[in-house]
Write a protein that binds this ligand. Structure first.
Ligand code: SF4
Ligand code: SF4
Length: 373
């Protein structure tokens, strides 16, 4: 880091987070989150991989007002850290969390635990976490969300998903019981789902973008042969700019691990997308990550004869190798049913899962087995 940049960040860390961070890169815009009446900053903060509470505190002091966590992140410790960091700032920030529960009672019990850990009496959006099929959203879970809103424990009801975008958008728009959608959205996906995102936004649903960096890759460790290839200067900033370039994306929540990343993300969002220069960076980045990054297009769903959820497993290995979050990838992998954890791709003579987007499926899934099983 050069001296000017270090000085800039040191100033931000000391006090005046808002002034020192905002002064150089420009004010952070806000957008209306559908019909909720909330106005998140266009740069939000995905807390999933953050372990340093002071980064969250300084982001809030710099003016970021949207913080996302989940019951399951870091075995529940993430909510505790977010709650401690934001407790004294609660009035000026929005906190969102999620439940992985599959029934009403379990979900409501999770929410009570979340509120306790977050040290707050309500969350601003309470999501059903990671629902990539309409069957993952039975009515009793929507009923639980209604109850939570009625009780004042959640302000708005949300659903998050990583895959099966077209079916999930159609389902949630038509169902009409969801006020905020949290969806993986990045440059690898192209513009195919954008008409549905726009339709949802036009109908008053808030849209929050996650996984905007397409796998992270900022955290590939020193010495890892993938580091040089995958962590290209400017590519992450360009990816973030791409994700917020449309007005129907109301905020984006990249992970932010340190002040360097906070600074880079802030500058990217306030600079805006430049189709020519940023487009070139992203085209090159896509070529690099193609063999390892699954864009959750769903084309291989059900294709593995041994029943492996290929897209999920490729995501887990990317948590380890892209985000540098080995424990997160391992913990997600270990939630798979035991028979699936015991499958070994090395026992197949040939992988029948063909990815039209170039992911080397057998190699990536075998890597997950090697790392986590
Ligand atoms: S592995 Fe390929 S085909 Fe399967 S979901 Fe990912 S990108 Fe789509
Ligand atoms: S190599 Fe792995 S992913 Fe491919 S078919 Fe066999 S078990 Fe499934």
């Amino acid at each position: 880091m050069d001296a000017t940049r270090r000085g800039f960040l040191a100033g931000a860390a000391l006090l005046a987070g808002p002034r020192s961070l905002k002064a150089a890169p420009g004010d952070m815009p806000k957008r209306k989150l559908g019909r909720t009446g909330l106005e998140p900053t266009l740069l939000g903060f995905g807390c999933m991989t953050t372990t340093d509470a002071s980064v969250i505190e300084q982001a809030a002091d710099a003016g970021i007002n949207w913080f996302d966590t989940a019951r399951g992140y870091q075995n529940g410790n993430n909510e505790r850290m977010v709650g401690a960091a934001l407790k004294s700032r609660r009035q000026k920030v929005h906190i969102t969390t999620k439940t992985p529960a599959r029934n009403r009672a379990g979900a409501l019990a999770h929410l009570d635990t979340s509120l306790r850990e977050l040290q707050t009496d309500h969350v601003d959006v309470w999501y059903l976490h990671n629902r990539s099929n309409p069957s993952d959203c039975p009515d009793e879970l929507f009923d639980a969300q209604d109850e939570a809103v009625k009780a004042g424990k959640a302000r708005f009801r949300g659903v998050s998903f990583h895959a099966n975008h077209e079916q999930m958008f159609r389902f949630l728009i038509d169902k009409g019981r969801t006020e905020v959608i949290l969806v993986s959205y990045n440059f690898t996906m192209g513009e195919k789902i954008e008409p549905l995102m726009k339709e949802a936004s036009d109908k008053g649903i808030g849209i929050v973008a996650m996984k905007v960096m397409a796998g992270g890759w900022r955290r590939v460790r020193e010495g890892d042969p993938m580091r040089e290839k995958l962590s290209r200067p400017g590519a992450f900033a360009a990816a973030l700019k791409w994700a917020v370039r449309r007005p129907f994306v109301h905020t984006a929540i990249p992970g932010i691990l340190d002040l360097d990343q906070l600074d880079e993300n802030w500058r990217a969002v306030t600079a805006g997308y430049r189709p020519e220069a940023d487009g070139k960076l992203l085209a090159a980045q896509l070529d690099l990550i193609r063999p390892v990054y699954c864009r959750s297009c769903g084309a291989c769903t059900g294709a593995c004869p041994k029943g492996l959820p290929v897209s999920d497993i490729v995501r887990y290995v990317n948590y380890a190798e892209g985000y540098g979050e080995f424990a997160l990838g391992r913990d997600q992998f270990r939630l798979l049913p035991e028979p699936l954890r015991e499958v070994r791709c090395s026992d197949c003579t040939r992988c029948v899962v063909e990815c039209p987007n170039g992911v080397r499926v057998a190699e990536r899934v075998a890597r997950a087995q090697e790392l986590f099983a």
